[in-house]
Design a binder for this molecule. Structure first.
Ligand code: ATP
Ligand code: MG
Length: 464
């Protein structure tokens, strides 16, 4: 991006801004502003060779063939794209004929997946007006296909032209088309300028676009934090008043979106922005009040530290899991139900209640909630440091995550830092040294540290 800015002289920028092709209203223009290869920094050297193969083969078969979406945006910004999406005027079955390694997915609006080992290049046919991006799995046929008396399709307006396709996209920076036939960028919405100025702007009338698909509210927050863009005031302003519309989004889709929001390396700023825009309460109805009621409580601190830790792990390329993320996010709500102590039964009951309420908004699959419960249930067991039984925690499949959670509790001021140090040290010891540490010479001791005494049976109390 810096490279790009350097190339753009001020005069040219002025021309760009005054260009009648470019919309200032947020609506796409009827013809694109074309940035020739000399006017932008995107080099084929930075495009996945598999994506190039797909792009060229479509072109050679006579179709329009563009790289689109996040890949063009990221390349323009000098970042490396996560994946490469292609858009074309070829229909899915025509795409399928060109590639042996191709599978069609989606029930109504078919997408072609062209597979090269681990890498999948997604090829989408340009969409007509009124086919929202998220309806690939929709079974609703109403309104788009017109059938005659015999049930024959007489009009099928699912697929459209590139001009129509622009309307399906959310933000201007996400609506750029890199044309493989001459390496130019086609820009109908001023996306190049917005990317250069680091502005996140919704295409079209923001309120309408959020209503069409409320998940765009989450995408706005995600891209603003991930790309370090400022939301255009018109894009930002409707969010707090429309956030409630997220309540109607299927919880399974929200689970995917929450992971994208919080596992992409910018969880901490994302959390703050989502709270600020009144969005997070619609994803985490119990957590947000618990967090806002006591922002300085250990549980709230744990949440913030946990998100920062997640971001650090992403930066260091270490694995991150929804299990730990949700344990961190839900902790203030669990602690609100069990404010004091570490009673296993109470904690588990609170966990149960918080999770089941949470599931009504964000559907967390069981493969994540079960280990989440284990992480919580292991916390009381760290309190016990004497006797061989204490060492069994080390063999628990969830030990590592539970220990990381203990470290967070200590850092947040909830657990004794000395306890955390003890569990850190014990992991460095050999099996014999561990036993020596938990069974000091002079006999086995009770968890409290008192010597074990044999209890004398009391005579039963007299009844009556
Ligand atoms: P990322 O780098 O996170 O993958 P991306 O921009 O590629 O970002 P995707 O979710 O992969 O995002 O979507 C690809 C493109 O499809 C987007 O750039 C955007 O143009 C369009 N798109 C995806 N979801 C929506 C949506 N809900 N509404 C409108 N357009 C969307
Ligand atoms: Mg993408």
């Amino acid at each position: 991006m810096r490279y790009y800015t350097a190339r753009l002289n001020p005069l040219k920028r002025l021309v760009l801004l005054n260009d009648t092709n470019l919309s200032t209203s947020g609506d796409p223009a009827s013809s694109p502003r074309v940035f020739t290869r000399a006017e932008h920094p995107i080099s084929r050297a930075n495009i996945s060779p598999n994506a190039l193969k797909v792009l060229y083969r479509l072109k050679e078969a006579g179709y329009q063939s563009f790289l689109v979406g996040g890949a063009v945006r990221d390349l323009l910004l000098g970042q490396s794209p996560k994946d490469f999406d292609v858009a074309t005027n070829a229909h899915p079955d025509q795409v399928k004929q060109l590639f042996r390694n191709c599978r069609l997915i989606g029930r109504r609006f078919h997408l072609a997946h062209v597979r090269f080992g681990q890498e999948i290049i997604e090829v989408a046919t340009f969409r007509a007006a009124h086919t929202p991006m998220d309806e690939d799995n929709s079974v609703d046929e109403g309104g788009h296909r017109v059938l005659d008396e015999r049930g024959r399709i007489i009009r099928d307006n699912l697929y459209g032209t590139i001009e129509e396709d622009v309307w399906r996209r959310d933000f201007t920076a996400n609506a750029l088309y890199y044309n493989i036939s001459d390496f130019s960028i086609w820009d109908y919405v001023g996306g190049v300028e917005d990317a250069r100025a680091r502005v996140l702007r919704l295409i079209g009338d923001p309120e309408t676009r959020y209503r069409e698909d409320p998940v765009r509210v989450l995408r706005a927050i995600r891209f603003a934090t991930k790309l370090g863009f400022t939301m255009h005031p018109d894009t930002r302003e409707p969010i707090p008043k429309l956030a409630w519309m997220l309540d109607a989004v299927p919880p399974a889709r929200l689970f995917d979106e929450v992971n994208k929001l919080f596992l992409a390396g910018r969880a901490a700023p994302t959390f703050d922005l989502a709270v600020e825009l009144n969005v997070l309460e619609h994803l985490f109805p119990e957590v947000v009040p618990a967090y806002l009621e006591a922002p300085d409580s250990p549980a709230a601190k744990l949440l913030k530290l946990g998100l920062k830790g997640t971001d650090n792990r992403v930066r260091e390329d270490k694995p991150v899991t929804p299990t730990f993320l949700f344990a961190v996010l839900l902790w203030p709500a669990i602690r609100r139900r069990v404010p004091e102590g570490l009673d296993t039964q109470q904690l588990l009951a609170a966990c149960e209640q918080v999770i089941s309420r949470q599931q009504t908004r964000v559907a967390i699959p069981r493969r994540f909630t079960l280990p989440l419960r284990e992480i919580i249930a292991l916390q009381p067991r760290f309190e016990r440091r004497e006797g061989r039984r204490a060492l069994r925690v080390l063999d628990h499949p969830r030990f590592r995550a539970a220990y990381d959670f203990l470290l967070l509790r200590a850092a947040a001021g909830e657990a004794d830092p000395e306890l955390a140090r003890w569990w850190t040290e014990i992991q460095t010891l050999s099996p014999e040294e561990r036993v020596r540490k938990v069974e000091p010479v002079g006999g086995v001791r009770e968890p409290s540290g008192r010597r074990r005494r044999r209890r004398r049976r009391r005579p039963p109390a007299a009844s009556g």
